[in-house]
Design a protein around this ligand. Structure first.
Ligand SMILES: CC/C=C\C/C=C\CCC/C=C/CC(=O)SCCNC(=O)CCNC(=O)[C@H](O)C(C)(C)COP(=O)(O)OP(=O)(O)OC[C@H]1O[C@@H](n2cnc3c(N)ncnc32)[C@H](O)[C@@H]1OP(=O)(O)O
Length: 280
């Protein structure tokens, strides 16, 4: 097992090789036998998505695409939390230039994950609110631990999920369920998420989760990759094109709306409530 930069990735025959980016906010293990890459989020304590981890996820996805990976398992090193979603500190009392870079990097990450040519599975081994849920919804299949929660809870924070967050959910669970879930900012327990089709399977532990994720990816073993990738591209085309066409406006909305005093107040109060909870 060697630790190197993923951009130097070469496929050898057997075994699993680990790669970490310089800052180590993500690590990647490639199974040489199957060509499947496991991308671990590892930003303690809760894998909240700040500019730096998003940059690493984004560049890793570029590397995986270049290296013709056969499949992706997206998961967390921090069992119990898949990802706490966007780092609220990127939005609270922001430096506007950084805020713009942050949002642009989130857009890039979503485009790459949503449109990747290889099959993707989220192994949701912990809670997945908001941006964490978005990452999971962008994959093609979702396997989730028991006793966790998932959902787009933005309205509870006094903020609004952008159109492409909404489309990502609508494409999985449909219009009616999405409207109901998002207007309430509802977080679903694992069994509830399964019952509405937000996730595909429930697992007891990591071993079972990895096995179920691998079983999903194995379904494509005999499907010509090009035919598979083109089909996925056609199915997701409209959602991606809408986002790309509107990304400048989306960035503008994020900055304009996000810096309003009322929104800042909501975010500040929410941060306080999180901190109080962790001190109780
Ligand atoms: C602003 C612009 C508005 C509009 C413009 C248009 C569009 C904008 C759309 C913006 C979209 C945003 C999507 C998001 O992702 S927002 C983030 C939503 N995330 C959450 O609500 C999750 C909050 N966290 C939790 O529920 C729990 O932390 C969690 C269940 C994940 C884990 O619980 P646990 O008990 O294990 O840990 P905690 O003690 O709660 O947390 C540990 C420390 O981590 C801090 N923390 C938690 N989550 C975040 C976060 N998302 N960002 C930053 N920091 C976070 C928490 O405060 C604790 O810190 P300390 O007290 O230890 O300092």
């Amino acid at each position: 097992m060697a630790l190197r930069n993923l951009s130097k990735l070469k496929i050898h025959k057997f075994g699993i090789r680990q790669f970490s980016k310089e800052a180590n906010l993500v690590s990647v293990a490639v199974n040489d036998k199957t060509g499947v890459a496991t991308l671990n989020l590892q930003r303690p304590p809760v894998n909240s998505l700040n500019l730096e981890i998003l940059s690493e996820i984004s560049s890793t996805l570029t590397d995986l695409e270049k290296n013709k990976t056969r499949g992706l398992i997206l998961t967390s090193k921090n069992e119990g939390i898949f990802s706490a979603g966007l780092d609220i500190m990127e939005m609270y009392k922001p430096d506007v230039e950084r805020m713009k870079k942050f949002w642009t990097t989130l857009q890039d990450t979503w485009i790459k994950l949503y449109s990747c040519s290889f099959p993707s599975v989220a192994l949701i081994n912990g809670h997945a609110p908001a941006g964490g849920c978005l990452l999971a919804l962008s994959c093609e299949y979702r396997v989730m631990f028991k006793n966790c929660t998932i959902g787009l809870n933005e309205t509870q924070l006094g903020i609004v999920a952008p159109q492409w967050f909404i489309s990502s959910m609508r494409n999985v669970i449909g219009q009616r369920q999405t409207e109901s879930a998002l207007t309430q900012g509802r977080m679903f327990k694992t069994e509830e998420a399964l019952s509405i089709g937000m996730i595909d399977e429930v697992v007891e532990n990591n071993e079972e989760g990895v096995a179920r994720a691998a079983a999903f990816l194995k379904r494509f073993e005999r499907i010509p990759p090009m035919a598979r990738a083109m089909t996925k591209k056609y199915i997701r085309k409209e959602t991606i094109e809408n986002m790309v066409k509107n990304r400048e406006e989306d960035l503008k909305n994020f900055v304009t709306y996000g810096t309003q005093p009322a929104v800042q107040e909501y975010l500040g109060a929410y941060l306080q409530s999180l901190k109080k909870k962790s001190k109780a």
